[in-house]
Design a protein around this ligand. Structure first.
Ligand SMILES: Cc1cc2nc3c(=O)[nH]c(=O)nc-3n(C[C@H](O)[C@H](O)[C@H](O)COP(=O)(O)OP(=O)(O)OC[C@H]3O[C@@H](n4cnc5c(N)ncnc54)[C@H](O)[C@@H]3O)c2cc1C
Length: 444
């Protein structure tokens, strides 16, 4: 494996090597073309934040106690390495500035589109149909950098492309899916309103049939990518129940307002959308949407990606804190020599491993198209809660340094507060599980 400083330390899985053609710019791998078989000695400057933790490996420089890497195909390893290289070279250098300035890095979605990372698990219409584990690894690598970056990709793929794919006409699919895949167009998803995101059925936004057109009125809050978007998948009440509409955001009567001064997910754009007598063409309806359950189907796609992604954030914090603790000398000893500190790392590694196992197994079930909403709820709830707890513990281990943004841990911690709340709060997922287990709905 390769250490944080770039020294090759040891290599555990010789048989799992993958050849990577790489071009170095300065000290970083600038581009990777992976086929099969790489030897880490060829990559002396590859900046994987490594540790000497037993059971870690080239791909997973954090404890891989369940040896999940040995279950990955070469293609899945290629995907993970390619995305990690892209994240390290293109996003990591920009993320602190983006977070401080509350701006999404300019042109980043276009870069992701050029790499085929958006809606990559969908197929047909020129989409790659990536397998479920690869998709999860992609989400994990994005969120290893920042939850806001993963959120932008999640919204585009799971909350905009998925509903068009699942509920759209052939015309809508043929027009929008290739454009959204390449990021020629950016989309957003408008379900939440100011009064109670956990109760979307109480929404006040309406669409009225006016004969030759529809009229849209109302507002949506907390809309990721809103100010970047050309089109919104907007959920509204109609005479026939809740339906989804494809709304071009440049129409007259639409106001998109950036929500500023967030203390979490600052590298992600969050917006309020206001609709005042907006005239929509009849072609805006996503005709196969049927009530709130269609919106929830989209959320389940995104929640699955979040479960994988949150583990990436936890791993990033774990690696940073372990590296720090090893080098931190207190009472003439490394901080890692103390039993209380070792206990923290032991518990975190165990919790991360449990989450890794859960999402890996659920990915296999999803690949067989058998994944149920309650299983997704369990994964979202437990992975995000784990990641938030790991981030908080790592922040503690970093001491005062941990409050500075030159360390990533507190940024992850603050981001995970949003991830804990959006896409169904932690409580809501527990209630979904409670209902599944008892047959009793305790929502109201
Ligand atoms: C940065 C960010 C980005 C977002 N992006 C999007 C987006 O792109 N599109 C979109 O549509 N939405 C988005 N959201 C909105 C998000 O989905 C909502 O915030 C979330 O659903 C929770 O709604 P709320 O904030 O109104 O909290 P509330 O629903 O008011 O909940 C407040 C508290 O009450 C608890 N609670 C609620 N109901 C119950 C109950 N029945 N029993 C017990 N406890 C309960 C909750 O768990 C929570 O602790 C985003 C939010 C954030 C913060």
């Amino acid at each position: 494996m390769v250490s944080r400083e770039g020294n090759v330390q040891h290599q555990h899985h010789k048989t799992q090597c993958v050849i990577i053609l790489c071009f170095f710019v300065g000290e970083q791998v600038k581009y990777l073309t992976c086929s099969c078989g790489v030897f880490s000695k060829f990559l002396p400057n590859f900046r994987i934040e490594g540790t000497t933790v037993p059971m870690s490996s080239f791909l997973n420089p954090y404890p891989d106690f369940a040896q999940l890497e040995s279950l990955l195909s070469n293609e899945q390893k290629q995907t993970q390495l390619t995305v990690r290289s892209f994240v390290q070279n293109e996003i990591e250098p920009k993320i602190v500035k983006a977070y401080r300035s509350e701006e999404f890095p300019v042109g980043l979605l276009a870069q992701m589109g050029a790499m085929g990372l958006l809606g990559a698990n969908l197929s047909g219409y020129g989409l790659p149909g990536m397998d479920t584990v690869s998709y999860g690894l992609l989400m994990k690598e994005l969120e290893r950098c920042d939850s806001g970056i993963r959120s932008a990709a999640s919204v585009q793929g799971a909350l905009v492309m998925f509903p068009i794919h699942a509920f759209g006409t052939e015309e809508q699919k043929n027009y929008w899916l290739p454009r959204l895949f390449s990021a020629q167009s950016i989309g957003c998803f408008g379900l939440s309103e100011s009064e109670g995101g956990s109760d979307p059925g109480a929404m006040k936004t309406t669409v009225k049939d006016k004969g030759d057109h529809y009229e849209l009125n109302g507002s949506k809050m907390w809309i990721t990518n809103g100010n970047l978007a050309e089109v919104g998948v907007i959920w509204a009440k109609t005479e026939l129940g809740i339906r989804g509409f494809l709304v071009p955001l440049n129409l007259e009567g639409i106001n998109v307002i950036k929500m500023q001064n967030k203390l979490s997910l600052r590298a992600s754009i969050t917006s309020e959308l206001v609709f005042d007598r907006v005239k929509l063409p009849k072609s805006a309806l996503l005709p196969k949407t049927e009530g709130l359950k269609s919106a929830l189907q989209c959320l389940n796609q995104a929640r699955f990606g979040i479960s994988w992604g949150a583990i990436g954030a936890a791993e990033a914090c774990f690696v940073e804190a372990l590296h720090f603790a090893k080098n931190r000398i207190l009472f003439k000893k490394s901080l890692t020599s103390f039993q209380l500190v070792q206990r923290k790392f032991a518990l975190m590694a165990t919790q991360i491993t449990q989450a890794q196992l859960l999402v890996f197994r659920l990915s296999q079930i999803k690949e067989q198209q058998n994944l149920q909403p309650a299983q997704v709820s369990m994964a979202k709830q437990v992975c995000v809660e784990m990641a938030l707890n790991v981030a908080r513990t790592c922040r503690d281990i970093l001491g005062a340094n941990g409050i500075m943004d030159e360390y990533k841990t507190m940024r992850h911690m603050a981001n995970l507060e949003t991830v804990y709340t959006y896409e169904g709060t932690n409580d809501i997922h527990l209630l979904i599980l409670g209902q599944e287990l008892t047959g009793i709905s305790a929502f109201n």
